[in-house]
Design a protein around this ligand. Sequence first.
Ligand SMILES: C[S@@+](CC[C@H](N)C(=O)[O-])C[C@H]1O[C@@H](n2cnc3c(N)ncnc32)[C@H](O)[C@@H]1O
Length: 215
Amino acid sequence: MIEANRLLQLDGRLFTEDLEGGRSVHGEQLMVREGRTFREWVPWRSKMATYIKKKGLPLFAGRSLLYLGAAQGTTVSHLSDLMPNGTIFAVEVSSTAFSPLCALSKRRHNIVPILGDAFHPETYSMMVGSADAIYQDVAQKDQLGMFLRNSEMLLRKGGRGMLMLKARSVDVTADPQSVADRTAIGLKEGGFEVLDVIDLDPFQKDHYALHVERV
Ligand SMILES: C[S@@+](CC[C@H](N)C(=O)[O-])C[C@H]1O[C@@H](n2cnc3c(N)ncnc32)[C@H](O)[C@@H]1O
């Protein structure tokens, strides 16, 4: 699904090969190298970029990715660059953010925008079918519940998940690391193997990436 040769790491910076052939999506820098155009993927603006900087590229197998909390499509656009033969179902609840997401999806064949509430996967399950991977980046209290509900309904067995956890949204008073630990336990109890838990500091404070596989 993810084509590693479309990611470039140069002098500590990350770039993805632009699917649009040379158009900046969110003001990021463009770079041409050996006839290929790349867009810079800035870790301060994308938790996935931070994860890759810290841990490397997670290679999801399969073709379809369910993305919860797409916003305007910053991270979605880079994943779209990396999986030209896949499909990203991008769910976003805010109509303000949905409008630029829709504009992006009109220019890119592999993004299906869905205006919806990720606490209710039954409202978009017909569209998504069975996903090979789920990515979630939603600052809500019940991030674990949202992730489990979507996985149970839409993630195939053996599929991968990436839960970008904002610990302070779950519990503003608790130690963020203990929130991440509790979430990892909840994922195990929910039928996942936890592959790694990465603290995204200093790019995103009190955020953790939980990379899992559905068993
Ligand atoms: C941190 S932003 C996502 C940033 C984006 N993932 C990126 O890296 O480009 C979180 C997004 O989740 C959306 N969101 C919040 N609650 C949601 C829900 N219940 N269902 C879907 N999206 C939701 C917000 O509107 C917001 O756009």
